[in-house]
Design a protein around this ligand. Structure first.
Ligand code: SF4
Length: 332
């Protein structure tokens, strides 16, 4: 269970039910009042080597930006929801890029306002829309602190239209198994070879736990997907990912195998990641490879086109062999 070292809070949070609950829950934790959760100077100015320590803080505020961003993958819109950042530390996490070192967990207590906007947009639309509520954080992890997921699902279930979706790398799903979701939620489990989880996805759940969790979610009637992401081209990557696909075929329940769709994302990386990771994790694996990667603007790197193409052919072939009846939504 995550126990924050210090809580940074905006004073308005006590005007919200969740804000009051969190202040009570953490009454014994040292607190610092802040004017704005977006700019906490003493944290922003910390050195890169403090990256992991920064993740021990919890920031609680009110979300002011509610802009939906169009998306064309599983969802129609990426929606800013109840948290940003995360207390885990995957070495490639794109939130690091967006927030630099400040990718610590920020909770937003105005959940009523955020969910209301989703519901209104869903009901106004003349087609069925899907809203990605987990693109800024990991909601299963966040839920262990806020219980926001049962609250969200309960309050969304009676809408006349619309679906919610979120991905996760965590296995603590028991809290939502008995919630009446009315088939309106698509849960997607993000997986990687256990070897990679151990070395790179620091602080997340191990592969066996994630597989068990998605089996439980399917058993509880949720719609499910499997996200193989990000594919990291370490030396023996084809061997590792083939083993992963075989393990999924062996350990996913028949129900999951019957229904799950796949998404596949190759890793992107950045100059910011290289700088933070070399200071914060000096003994860790180096994810940057000059030979394999090329720039794609603004300090970002991706695998070279020919490698990525070969990678895509490989993954599609193996998924086609072990999961011939499951849809691959996209490979990017
Ligand atoms: Fe980032 Fe998700 Fe890993 Fe958290 S679990 S560090 S949000 S990739």
């Amino acid at each position: 269970m995550f126990k924050p070292k210090t809580i940074y809070f905006e004073k308005d949070i006590i005007n919200y039910e969740l804000g009051k609950e969190l202040m009570e829950k953490y009454k014994d934790i040292p607190k610092i009042e802040i004017a704005n959760h977006n700019n906490i100077e003493e944290l922003r100015k910390s050195e890169n080597k403090e990256f992991l320590n920064l993740k021990n803080n919890l920031i609680i505020g009110v979300r002011k930006t509610h802009k939906f961003v169009e998306n064309h993958k599983v969802s129609d819109y990426l929606v800013p929801y109840t948290s940003s950042g995360c207390s885990a530390a995957c070495m490639y996490c794109y939130l690091v890029c967006n927030y630099n070192k400040c990718s610590y967990l920020r909770l937003f207590v105005n959940r009523e306002q955020m969910l209301e906007k989703i519901i209104k947009t869903a009901e106004k639309s003349d087609r069925e829309l899907t809203f990605e509520i987990g693109s800024n954080s990991d909601l299963i992890l966040e839920n262990t602190i806020t219980s926001n997921l049962p609250w969200t699902i309960e309050n969304f279930k009676n809408t006349s239209k619309g679906m919610l979706t979120f991905p996760t790398k965590f296995d603590m799903v028991d809290d939502i198994l008995n919630v009446d979701h009315q088939g309106k939620v698509i849960t997607r489990m993000s997986v990687n070879p256990d070897e990679i989880i151990k070395q790179v996805e620091l602080g997340t759940s191990r592969l066996n736990g994630r597989i068990e969790a998605i089996n439980k979610l399917k058993e509880a009637g949720y719609k499910v997907g499997i996200l193989i992401a990000p594919v990291i081209m370490v030396d023996n990557w084809k061997e590792l990912y083939l083993e992963l696909i075989k393990q999924l075929e062996r350990d996913l329940s028949e129900q999951v195998k019957k229904e799950a769709f796949f998404e596949v994302i190759f890793m992107t990386y950045s100059y910011v990641h290289t700088k933070i990771n070399e200071d914060a994790f000096p003994n860790a694996i180096n994810l940057y490879s000059k030979a394999q990667m090329t720039g794609r603007g603004r300090g970002k790197y991706m695998y070279k086109n020919e490698l990525r193409k070969d990678g895509e052919i490989f993954v599609r072939e193996q998924l086609g062999k072990y999961f011939p009846n499951n849809k691959i939504l996209y490979v990017v």
